[in-house]
Design a protein around this ligand. Sequence first.
Ligand code: ADP
Length: 670
Amino acid sequence: PGIDGFEICKRIKQDAILKDIPIIFLTACTDTEKMLKGFQLGAVDYVTKPFKSAEIISRVKTHIKLKATEDTLRLNVEKLEAANRAKSEFLANMSHEIRTPMNGIIGLTRLALKTELTTQQQDYLTKVDSLTQDLLGIINDILDFSKIEAGKLNMECINFSLDEVLEKLFNTVYLKIEEKGLELHKIINSDIPCYLVGDPLRLLQILINLTTNALKFTEKGHILITIKLIKLESNFVKLHFSIKDTGIGIASKTIPHLFDAFTQANSSTSRKYGGTGLGLAICKCLVKMMDGDIWIKSQLGKGSTFHFTSVFSLQAKKEYVKKQDTFQIINDFQGARILLVEDNLINQQVAKETIESENLVVEIANNGKEAITAIAHSEFDVVLMDVQMPIMDGYEATRLIRKHKSQLPIIAMTAHAMSGDKEKCLASGMNDYITKPINLDILFTVLEKWIKPKARSSPRHKKNDETVELPKELPGFDIDSALKRINGNKKLFKSLLHDFGQGYQNAAIKLRTALDKKDLETALILSHTLKGIAGNLSATHLQDAVQDLEFALKQGGWNDILMDNVESSLTQVLESIKTITQTKTKIEKIENNPTPLNISIITPLILELSKLIEKHSTNTEATLAALKTAIKGTAFVNELKQLFNCLDNFEFDNAKNHMKVIALACDIKL
Ligand code: ADP
């Protein structure tokens, strides 16, 4: 009376404290509808009169048991959830704690890379830099994922430009795309609004994640990025992005689990490609937070396409996404490979770094013979050919190359600026001719002419060398013209000066000795090399002085005035170099005041080592150790270090080059 059983059941089930008490209806009412109502209200059982007490006791016992199990389960789930939250919070905190010193490590490595370094140190630090980037990527993934799990990841809601996001995507991936020799295409419909409101970094994160995955799992072919409009209202837009690759694809049975955390398509994936298996799980959460969906279509062996949609508010500013040509440039540069045939190490470095700063790929051959081998083994778009080289000169190399490759553009690159030289180059089969020291504009105009339709206006990736200071004036040098030649790379210029200072300290003495001995051939080689390098460094007085001497030597008559001129210009240049390379470490200071070489000790060692290198022998340790002692404190420490490096890596040809420099400097005939 007053309140019936159904009403009591309803109220108990609504009460936070009482709701878990199991309720069994005991009633004379056998009507099925009433019984169903009881269950709907949350009862666990419904027993009709007349009762059998044994049955009721059994039912009650069963429900009490069930209730106990349920309680335990609920408690465990609560415990698990709490533990999971604690884990996620811990991970989020830890990742944050790890990131702080990581940023320090990355920053300091970058700073260290901007200082003067030996090749070996540069190599180590570059690797440290790249590894820390990988590590930071993993830590960021863990941080993001744990933030998402702990419910702590927030989306920004700020104005941004889709153009800028796409440009950043491009800048992040293009080097890797180029390295792998893939093509990147984009199709962006002309109706995509550019100025949006949302979280640009998170959008970029999804795009980078999917594009780098595409890159990672694709060995040849292309990657296609498309953006389509799904819906455009007055205040929001829904976009459809897709990233398609021609890579390894994914088996259909794996696809349903792909977006789960820590999932990789197969266990060999992590061994072969690395990765955490978190990227897609994070993308899925981010896409969800942008009111979108993510899905994939893939066929094993044929490639994958990842799709996602997302919703953004619109800014008042109304413009469409630009047709970004940057993506196309990649295509234009794709495969633009240059073979640089040049025997001089400094010239090699200048030309290589300059050309590479325009995103062309440069391979080096040290002489005509190596060029022929290189061309036999790989494809090049153009050959830049020095004329005067040891072992095989440019004319002969060109004649031999022409027997098999009639179409390959070969451009002579030489310090021979005499009239008639051009004709000689063309007659040997070369297509064009540029003079050293190289003028950048001319070089690129000529390259553009011969590697059409490849554009040369790709985004420049100059090394950040703002911290490298150079004086306005440097006696003996035309700094402006020198920098122009190497694309404004001050750091490179400084290191070239440093190398020159080390390698050519005794050049005047050697020249004079050769002249005194009437060894015109050696004098001519020395002056020719010196002239070329002086030209590259825009050491204009020195270049002129050596040129005069060279000319006189060729005519068979020279005089002391010409030699004095060379010597005084060289002294001026070396003095200038000293003033700007003084900010060095102790060790390098020692190298700047080298002890003289003891030729009688060094000669047999060099000859021995040269034989071993020629044989590609790995048994060089003893000779190297002796040479190290003999060369200690002299100007050739650096060259020797590089030689050691090469031998460590079994790069015998490069080792030979360093050998040659040392031998030439010591007047040793190999
Ligand atoms: P990670 O790449 O760090 O392992 P992801 O979550 O980004 O983690 O990817 C999970 C897995 O999905 C990868 O390990 C790979 O097996 C597969 N996968 C992702 N993208 C592609 C793709 N474009 N082609 C083939 N497999 C892919």
